[in-house]
Design a protein around this ligand. Structure first.
Ligand SMILES: Nc1nc2c(c(=O)[nH]1)N[C@H]1C(S)=C(S)[C@@H](COP(=O)(O)O)O[C@H]1N2
Ligand SMILES: [Mo]
Length: 344
């Protein structure tokens, strides 16, 4: 019996390995599409280059990962299909080769998870190459009363995205490359969605294989069934990265640095205060785009003692980051990030 079990486990194990190696081979064979519509170069200063502070681009190995997958789905480019159906004039099913015949674009876009706590690190910025979602919606002809794109991953996770947002001119894309590589398996290989300005749970479907055009009053997606908000625009947020928590600093000039985001609205101002004193304006890194985070620094003449430093951002629509502390559920945490700093 033991031998039979071992033999069966061996077979299963080999098949698992073969499948994984098949996906890795498929990923190795991908040629990233040549892009005419390149992302703007990153001007000097956009990356503040302060040790310990958030870098402008997040390298793939440290990009946050959030999904419900117990095992990362293993889907090759050969097996990938995107079926588009529901409230459309023409149903289509696209293969990888058919997708790649379309005109790609390259953009830098900051993703954020709705579960991010105030001061948390569930956000990352990457250079994506993909195909405009709006072009595909135009091809299939979205019917006038469809207001939701219900997308489904190969492992059955669902996301509902407002059609209006996908067609308002922002760079919503079906991405196939992340920071110069085919998508890493855990970030959605071979194809995922990236939509500037919306939290991931309503926009960023990884391993996406199915699009159904439907309505918010007819369909619900994975997280909205579990009490999370249906639409999920990203809230204006800011975070202190430096100095690190619990690291004492010497009396005198101390550099405070961090990041702020309000994707698709843009950051107008970041302010810092010490011990609930007057708000002081931080120095912003040059703006890269409305869809990316913006790093900031502030020079503090730090007196001895234990102090609390807080930050808040204002977006270009004039919204000041909300002070009231609320948890991530149902549609994103609010509150100002603070850090207790010991100066001696
Ligand atoms: N298939 C699938 N796609 C998914 C998810 C998931 O659970 N399954 N999670 C979403 C959530 S909540 C977020 S925040 C982003 C995270 O993308 P990342 O893991 O590449 O950072 O993916 C989104 N896409
Ligand atoms: Mo998320």
């Amino acid at each position: 019996v033991a031998a039979a079990v071992a033999a069966a486990a061996g077979v299963a194990g080999r098949q698992m390995n073969q499948r994984l190696s098949g996906v890795l081979d498929s990923r190795r064979r991908v040629t990233i599409p040549a892009v005419a519509d390149r992302a703007a170069p990153i001007p000097p200063g956009v990356d503040i280059e302060v040790p310990g502070a958030t870098s402008f681009i997040t390298p793939n190995p440290i990009f946050y990962r959030i999904d419900t997958a117990l095992q990362v789905p293993r889907l090759t480019t050969e097996d990938w299909r995107l079926r588009i159906h529901g409230m459309v004039d023409r149903e289509v099913t696209l293969t990888w080769d058919q997708l790649l015949r379309r005109t790609p674009l390259e953009r830098r876009i900051t993703l954020t998870c709705v579960s991010n706590e105030v001061g948390g690190d569930l956000a990352g910025n990457a250079t994506w190459i993909g195909f405009p979602m709006a072009d595909l919606l135009d091809e299939v002809g979205v019917q006038g009363d469809a207001d939701m794109l219900l997308s489904t991953s190969v492992d059955g996770f669902t996301v509902g995205t407002p059609v209006e947002v996908l067609r308002d001119g922002r760079d919503a894309m079906l991405a196939v490359a992340m920071n110069g590589e085919p998508l890493p398996l855990e970030h959605g290989f071979p194809v995922r969605q990236v939509v500037p300005g919306l939290y991931g749970y309503v926009s960023a479907t990884k391993w996406v294989v199915d699009w159904e055009l439907t309505r918010f009053d007819r369909a619900q997606a994975y997280w909205t069934k579990r009490g999370w908000g249906a639409r999920g625009p990203i809230k204006t947020a800011s975070r202190i990265d430096v100095p690190a928590a619990f690291a004492p600093v010497p009396v005198g000039r101390v550099l405070i640095a961090g990041t702020a985001w309000a994707q698709h609205r843009g950051i107008e101002k970041v302010e810092v205060r010490v011990d609930e004193g007057p708000w002081q304006t931080a120095t912003l890194a040059p703006e890269y785009s409305l869809d990316t985070w913006r790093q900031w620094t502030w020079q503090w003449d730090a007196p001895e003692g234990v102090h609390n430093v807080q930050v808040r951002a204002t977006d270009l629509d004039g919204n000041v980051q909300v002070e009231e502390r609320t948890p991530p559920i149902p549609d994103g945490a609010t509150g100002w990030h603070g850090r207790t700093i010991t100066v001696r």
